[in-house]
Design a protein around this ligand. Sequence first.
Ligand code: ASP
Ligand code: MG
Length: 420
Amino acid sequence: MPLLVMKFGGTSVADLDRIANAAAKVKREVERGYDVIVIVSAMSGKTNELVGWVEQTSPLYDAREYDAVVSSGENVTAGLMALRLQEMGVPARSWQGWQVPINTTSAHSAARFVSIPRDNIDAKFSEGMKVAVVAGFQGLSPEGRITTLGRGGSDTTAVAFAAAFGAERCDIYTDVDGVYTTDPRISSKARKLDKIAFEEMLELASLGAKVLQTRSVELAMRYNVRLRVLSSFEDTDENSGTLVCGEEEIMESKVVSGVAYSRDEAKITLFTIEDRPGVAQAIFGPLSEAGVNVDMIVQNISEKDYDERHPGAVTDMTFSCPINQVARAQKALEEAKAEGKIRYDELIIDTDVAKVSVVGIGMRSHAGVAARMFESLAAENINIKVIATSEIKISVLIDRKYMELAVQALHDAFELEKTA
Ligand code: ASP
Ligand code: MG
């Protein structure tokens, strides 16, 4: 039997009517001849409520009990979905993570998959079960405790099942109808993409296009799981939504596929640091220990590299991080300075920046993307504060107040409203 994985997010199972609507979509695939593994999220808002209950009960909670409580939302949806399918005449049953079992590490609230043995579910399929409804987001630790994967983790559960069971495709039903060239709330010209490559989706997901949990895309890329994002609120067929797939499946792609942004960035500069081996490590070591997610890093060229009259060997270092980590970063740097581990004259913090990026696998083989990007920002009189590039992405930090304008200008400059 060909097998499909279908995942329904929180808004798609928000109440009994929506569960019935999702079940009807599952039934249709069964009628087309598929065995189906359904992965469900908690009903929308439920996980937040459960987290709140834990925090009110015990501010410094035991992470194992946090997972026991917070994983329960998915159990409810899985049972209700199985019941609804049975009412529709579809042989279905629910599975909690430990019943499969979904073996994970014991990193509570951030667990990673270790293995998903197929035997239990396969045995039921061969007895005539057509649908296995599995609670997303949860697993079982080696110690026999319930774990969770981190917020948004049901996407990753879905991809892991698709990989483990060799599914033809993994359909992620959500409240948007696909992946867009940019955020349609910012540019009215944003266009839904039919296909997007794993690498591009990864860049877009981590840059704030929060349709899929980043880990789920990483896993899909590693196991070559074809992933489709589509709306549970519309009538859908096999061509709906956006397919996230390997490059080889994308015949024609534009040089740039999308414009992404991240609003909540901060830029930190250390002025006049020493230019000698070990300085970068002395700066970024403490930042990493403090849990700061450093993104762009720019080090100035040192005077000694171009002017022999200035052997003083000093330079400047700038990096970006999420705005809510600035306090932590500042503390780590000031402590390192006080302990004599690093030297700098001044620490300048700019919390009014945003990051805008153009992404596309076509950049690997096309020149001129950077020039076109900078030209379009210059035409809008937007000053670029930091530039960083990768093989398939160019990112700039700019003043936050120009973020929307920059996204619109770049979408226009690369004509993303047009298909390839
Ligand atoms: N219910 C969990 C959350 O809200 C997992 C998920 O829905 O993906 O984060
Ligand atoms: Mg989600």
